[in-house]
Design a protein around this ligand. Structure first.
Ligand code: SAH
Length: 218
């Protein structure tokens, strides 16, 4: 009989080939990392069998973990090399942070929902992700004491990019965030240089709401 570990490893390979590489993600660091991170451990037991499917999944508290392809595309857009300190807004299940943590030096992740915050903090400890630092607060205000960051990823959608996040991005840094209305957004990539901000639209997407001082009101 195939061991559990082998079963999930082969599902991950299939996910990377059929959902991610086939749609144009080429960064070897992203492909290799996503073929290793055990996505099934970041969803509830009832959903373990669907963990590698080509769709988002509920993670409780009305929130969702993104479809694998979107995670891959957002991660690739940050053009990470390995030395970076990255800020994530919206820890949720912790899967996106775990993918980042396998690529970069350190991940700072903020969650505003206390149930998800506590649950995922425990999971990071259990799975020994020692380079992920967590915080329970409103991520639209960033994490000033720890900034500036080489990259920022916002995994919930807002009407505009929160100003504190642009401020806390290093010169030469990249930020990716879904921006738009209630039901659909555009994935925007921001590149910050000495004297300007360049924005690229990576295409349509759909995320849960970014709620906070510089996001949607509750
Ligand atoms: N990156 C997550 C995606 C979770 S969904 C994953 O890999 O599973 C988005 C998350 O953003 C939700 O958990 C939601 O509670 C959180 N969120 C929404 N607004 C926030 C804010 N202002 N600060 C921090 N987290 C926020």
């Amino acid at each position: 009989m195939k061991s559990e570990a082998k079963k999930y490893a082969s599902r991950r390979r299939e996910m990377v080939e059929k959902q991610i590489a086939s749609r144009g993600v080429t960064d070897p660091l992203v492909l290799e990392t996503m073929s290793r991170v055990p996505r099934h451990l970041f969803v509830s037991e009832a959903l373990v069998d669907s963990a590698y499917g080509d769709f988002p999944l509920p993670i409780g508290e009305g929130q969702t973990i993104s479809q694998p392809y979107i995670i891959a595309e957002m991660t690739q857009s940050l053009a990470l090399k390995g030395y970076e300190r990255v800020l994530e807004i919206g820890t949720g299940s912790g899967y996106q942070a775990a993918v980042l943590a396998q690529i970069v030096y350190k991940v700072y992740t903020i969650e505003r929902n206390n149930v998800l915050f506590l649950q995922t903090r425990k999971l990071f400890d259990k799975l020994k992700y020692h380079n992920i630092v967590t915080r329970y607060s409103d991520g639209t205000q960033g994490w000033k004491q720890e900034g500036p960051f080489d990259a920022i990823i916002v995994t919930a959608g807002g009407q505009k990019i929160p100003a504190p996040l642009i401020e806390q991005l290093s010169v030469g840094g990249r930020l990716v965030m879904p921006v738009g209305g209630n039901f659909s957004q555009e994935l925007l990539l921001v590149e910050k240089t000495e004297d300007k901000i360049k924005t690229t639209n990576l295409g349509a997407c759909r995320f849960v709401k970014l709620v906070g001082q510089h996001g949607w009101q509750e």
